[in-house]
Design a protein around this ligand. Sequence first.
Ligand code: TA6
Length: 278
Amino acid sequence: IEHIDFHGLPALSLSTRAGARAVVSLFGGQVLSWTPPGGGERIYLSPTAVLDGHTPIRGGIPVCFPQFAAQGALPRHGFARNAIWQVETERSDDDFALVTLGLRDDVASRALWPHAFHVELGILVEDSRLDIEIEIENTGDAAFEFTAALHTYLAVREVEESRLEGLHGHMFHDMNADGQVMRESGDVVLVEGEVDRIYRDVKRPLLLREYDRSLGINTEGFPDVVVWNPWEERSAALPDMPNDGFRRMLCVEAAAAVVPVTLPAGKIWLGRQTMVAL
Ligand code: TA6
């Protein structure tokens, strides 16, 4: 585990003897890169992402908390993605590297959201696996509600040739059609246009298949899966993504988005997303 400067942002580099590596920015508590041993990059980071330490970083794995998207009065996707996280623990061995980052309420967060909390984000690199665990603790004396997501931007060779398996039969809210509820009828989800969907109650593991590699995705605690690709027009309208950026990415996000989580005082909520490069 090394403390590095990533284009001006303080970051941690986690690596193993077998050659796995991940980069995590303290701004946002955001994974920016992950390469399993002997493999290519699995996380999309926009080449035109703004790395000024204020603007949310386009790409990587933004942490959306305490609000997913624009579901409430907070800034889009909450404030955790533009907060500075603290390093809480670092542990490593030849075979694994684990860091935990922490975020607590402060004057700025309380001005937006009047609750006391401690979020602990554990990032583990081991073998061909990247495991992210988020623990949200209510450190105040009254219950609060939140929505959250690990807004994972997966790197793909060519989005139109990628197939996402495991969502067949699931209900989803189509965010491109005013949240209309539909049932997934396909065996695989193919991206051939703008996609912004929240799949509910997903308990099965997912598999993202590409022509020469695959990625297994497992979650715990997060009931929903968000699948997002901005496609041509919206990608071109995003100032921090190249015009053809949408071809190189697919967001498959572990989320608690549809039904807010109510967390009583003193309690901890846990969510986990594990990705395995195949
Ligand atoms: O997770 C999907 C989504 O909520 C989309 O609606 C899309 O706008 C995306 O997130 C990116 O949001 P951002 O605020 O980072 O531009």
